[in-house]
Structures are given as structure tokens and as C-alpha cells.
Ligand binder design. Structure first.
Ligand SMILES: C=CC1=C(C)c2cc3[nH]c(cc4nc(cc5[nH]c(cc1n2)c(C)c5CCC(=O)O)C(CCC(=O)O)=C4C)c(C)c3C=C
Ligand SMILES: [Fe+2]
Length: 437
């Protein structure tokens, strides 16, 4: 990966809590910033302070108001080579939202909006109050909680802003797949925002602030809310599970891999299909994929495992080993049957069987209530990152569309593709090289 990372996790030095005399009583105020300081002390001493931290503070004669956990202290930086929200571990709460520029809004309004959004995102991610917007108060007591905010441009953005000659070839519309059942109202969009945090109120606050910052330049087109496991819910860091109960994310490329950047980010100066303003950027494929959970739950454990090609309990390949053991695609049982079936999802989607096609999957689960037939309206907000969708998502989805055992249990209901520019430097904003170039 590049040397410079958009992401750091920081803990601030300890501070004492504000004590404001108000009227006859004493009001204790714990601002987001000061909570960050207080929790930072806990974080610096070790993430495991947890509930015992209060007792420790008491025994040392300090103020007994000590945070119960260090989740709030997680902090990523907005400015950097890449935008945040791509390589960081997935957070517990996420919102995906697309906006359309209003009629009459063009390049100038878009530039002003991206400047406002970037300033707000930088402040929110640092746990600072947002300037110029009435505070919502929603996240006042929380630290940054690993908040990330990511911005992208859909293909239609370039026509609306008179920048059609700058539209990347890599942003060409995704092909139609035979199993698609897409809802146009929840697909595509001029602008995309991904907000994620380990605290639900922090995530909602950020979405709300960004929506208010659109002013009269853009209006919401669609919005989806998702979730993942909360940090600390498992005995040790583990790959997350999806709503089918599968360990999902095992074979993702890792930032420490030599070829990670090549697969995920547009190289310096752009490339054949991405203009220079996209350098260090990436492309996000977003698919809302409903899971037919009632149908899935009727399958035996063995059937479920053969659909994926991995064990449900620990994600290990059916060809043997543990979660991290590479799939052996040739191995057979005593009767000569492939241990990882020919149509198992893990086989059909593996780079070895897809000409090396690679993407970084960073999804959220969703649950939007129940459908008229009583089935859960639930599934995966699939978000895949790659340097070029034609070398990542598209060839893999073409194969899955033809012969994936999982297809029977899922429905692709919405789809979008966004160009996500590189990160903004201090004092700059996301998309500035495009909008002011
Ligand atoms: C076109 C890309 C993909 C879609 C759409 C997709 C949907 C989807 N996947 C799961 C569950 C699992 N996927 C797993 C692996 C996996 N999936 C894709 C691509 C798409 N999945 C890839 C590239 C891979 C990795 C293949 C490899 O390198 O071996 C797994 C196995 C564990 C893992 O490696 O993550 C599971 C489980 C669901 C439920 C789903 C749609 C709802
Ligand atoms: Fe998959």
C-alpha cells in the first residue's frame, strides 16, 4: 500500500472534565471533544479499561465519570492520500445515500457542496463541532467512534456539471445481469455518501449534518441503513458474519498484500480508463441484495455449506484446513465428488477461476422490516472497491449470474457505481482536481 494512509487511530491526552456553575446547581458538561480526551486516557492505557475503569478512577481519587468502553475513541483522519471508509475495518453502523443535483445546479454549486461536505466530514471525524450548521446535538456525548465519511460521483454527475469529457471510461454503466430485479428509484445517483461509525447516533448525526449541508444544491435520491458486528462483541477479532450466518470476508485482499493497491486504487497519474483527477481513488459498486432467508433456513447445514463451499461454523473450506487455508479446488472425496462443489459461491467467485478479478468487499447487513408475506426484508448492502470495475466486480458477477448455487437464495434489488476520488489534502476538498481543474 501507499506510505501515506488516510487512516490513523489516535487517542488524545487526558483532560479534566468541564464543570460549569449554572444557577444554584452544578452542571457537568461533557462535550464530544472532552469525552474524546477522557476516553483517550483510557485508550492510551489499553483498550481493555472497560467497566472497571470507573472503579479505578474512584480508587485514585479522580472524577468518577469514566467512560465504560473505548469504542468512542476510535478515530480516523479525513485528509490523506485515499478517502477514508475503504481500507478501515467495517464499522458497526453504516448509511449509504445518493443525492441528485437539483435542476439549475452545476459545476459551481457542486464544488461549493463538496467543499462544505469535506469540511463537515473532517470535523465530524475528529469529533469536533461542525461550523456553519446548527448543531444537531445527536452525538454530543460521544467521541468520533471510528466515523468515516466517503464521497463519490455517479456517471450522471458529469453531464449535470458540464464535465462529460472528464467522465472516466471505467464508470461506464454496469451490464445488465439476467437475475437483476433492480429498482431504479433506489439505484444510481449523481453523488454518493457512505457514512459509517461504531456508534449509531454518531453515524446518524453525520448523515443528518451532510444532508443539511446540501442546502439547495442537491436532494436525496435514496438512502439505505446497514449494520455489522459491534467491536468487542466477540472474544477476539473475527471475520464478520452475514445474515445467512456465514463467515463473510475471509478471502478479501489485505492492505499488507503487495498487490493490494493495484487491485483497489487508481495508480498515480490515473490510467488508461481513469483520468488523472482519479489518482489514488477507487470505484465503489453498491448492490442491495435481499436474502431469501425463509428459503435459506429450510436447507440442512450440509446443503448450506455446499452452496458456499465453506463450513458455516468457522468459514473453513470444505476441502479442509481452517478459515485461512486456501481452497483446494481439485480435491475430491472417496466417491470422486469435488469437495468444493462446481457451483459453490466461493469457487465461482475466486480470482483463480475469474481471470484474477479481485475486489475488496466491505458490506453492511440490512433489515428493513418485513414484506407482506411475512418474510424479512433483509440482506446485504454489498459494497465492493476496485481500481476498475471491469477488472473486479463485472467479470465475477457475470460468472455468478450464470452458475452460482447462492443465486437461488438472493435477489439483486438495487445497483449503483461511483467514482470515488482520492483523498483531500488539508485545506482542500474531495473532487477539487476535477471541479477546479
Ligand atoms: C460479484 C461479486 C460478489 C457478490 C455479488 C457476492 C455476493 C454475496 N456473497 C456472499 C457470501 C460470501 N461470499 C464469499 C466470498 C466471495 N464473494 C465474492 C464476490 C461476491 N459475492 C468474492 C470475490 C469472494 C471471495 C472468493 C475467494 O477469493 O475465495 C464468501 C466466503 C468467505 C469469503 O471469502 O469472504 C461468503 C460466505 C453473500 C451472502 C452474497 C450475497 C448476498
Ligand atoms: Fe460473495
Amino acid at each position: 500500500m501507499s506510505d501515506e494512509k488516510a487512516t490513523t487511530t489516535e487517542a488524545e491526552p487526558p483532560r479534566t472534565r468541564d464543570r460549569e456553575e449554572a444557577g444554584g446547581g452544578t452542571t457537568l458538561s461533557l462535550s464530544r471533544r472532552r469525552l474524546l480526551g477522557t476516553v483517550g486516557a483510557a485508550g492510551a492505557g489499553g483498550l481493555a479499561l472497560g467497566a472497571s475503569g470507573g472503579a479505578l478512577a474512584l480508587s485514585q481519587g479522580r472524577d468518577p465519570v469514566t467512560p465504560l468502553a473505548s469504542v468512542g475513541t476510535g478515530r480516523h483522519t479525513f485528509h490523506g492520500t485515499h478517502q477514508p471508509g475503504i481500507v478501515e475495518p467495517g464499522q458497526a453502523h453504516g448509511h449509504l445515500a445518493a443525492f441528485d443535483l437539483v435542476p439549475g445546479a452545476g459545476r459551481r454549486e457542486a464544488a461549493a457542496l463538496l467543499r462544505r461536505w469535506s469540511a463537515a466530514a473532517a470535523a465530524l471525524m475528529a469529533g469536533e463541532p461542525v461550523e456553519g450548521v446548527a448543531a444537531t446535538g445527536i452525538a454530543d456525548d460521544a467521541g468520533p467512534s471510528s466515523l468515516t465519511v466517503t464521497f463519490g460521483f455517479g456517471a450522471s454527475f458529469f453531464d449535470r456539471t458540464g464535465l462529460a469529457d472528464q467522465r472516466p471510461a471505467a464508470l461506464e454503466p454496469l451490464p445488465e445481469f439476467s437475475a437483476d430485479e433492480l429498482d431504479g428509484r433506489r439505484s444510481n445517483g449523481d453523488l454518493w455518501v457512505q457514512v459509517a461509525a461504531d456508534d449509531g447516533l454518531v453515524a446518524f448525526d453525520a448523515l443528518r449534518v451532510l444532508q443539511r449541508e446540501t442546502g439547495r444544491a442537491a436532494r436525496l435520491r435514496w438512502q439505505m441503513t446497514g449494520f455489522n458486528r459491534t467491536p468487542g462483541a466477540t472474544d477476539r477479532p473475527r471475520t464478520a458474519r452475514n445474515l445467512m450466518g456465514q463467515v463473510d470476508g475471509t478471502n478479501n485482499p489485505r492492505p499488507e498484500d503487495d498487490d493490494f493497491d493495484r487491485h483497489v486504487f487508481v495508480p498515480r497519474g490515473g490510467d488508461r480508463r481513469s483520468p488523472a483527477w482519479m489518482e489514488h481513488g477507487s470505484y465503489a459498486v453498491v448492490r442491495r441484495i435481499r436474502m431469501l432467508l425463509d428459503e435459506w433456513d429450510k436447507q440442512s447445514l450440509e446443503q448450506q455449506e455446499r452452496v458456499i463451499g465453506r463450513r458455516k461454523s468457522d468459514g473453513a473450506p470444505l476441502s479442509g484446513g481452517d478459515e485461512r487455508t486456501p481452497l483446494d479446488l481439485e480435491k475430491t472425496d472417496a466417491r470422486g465428488r469435488l469437495l468444493v462443489p462446481f457451483n459453490a459461491h466461493a469457487r465461482v467467485s475466486a480470482p483463480e477461476t475469474s481471470g484474477g478479478a479481485t475486489m475488496l468487499r466491505r458490506p453492511f447487513s440490512y433489515h428493513d422490516g418485513f414484506l407482506p408475506d411475512g418474510a424479512p426484508d433483509a440482506g446485504l448492502l454489498f459494497v465492493a472497491w476496485q481500481a476498475d470495475p471491469q477488472r473486479g466486480f463485472v467479470p465475477v458477477q457475470r460468472k455468478l449470474d450464470r452458475g452460482d448455487a447462492l443465486s437461488r437464495f438472493v435477489r439483486h434489488e438495487a445497483s449503483a457505481l461511483f467514482a470515488v476520488p482520492g483523498g483531500a489534502p488539508e485545506g482542500g476538498y474531495v473532487g477539487q482536481p476535477l471541479l477546479e481543474g
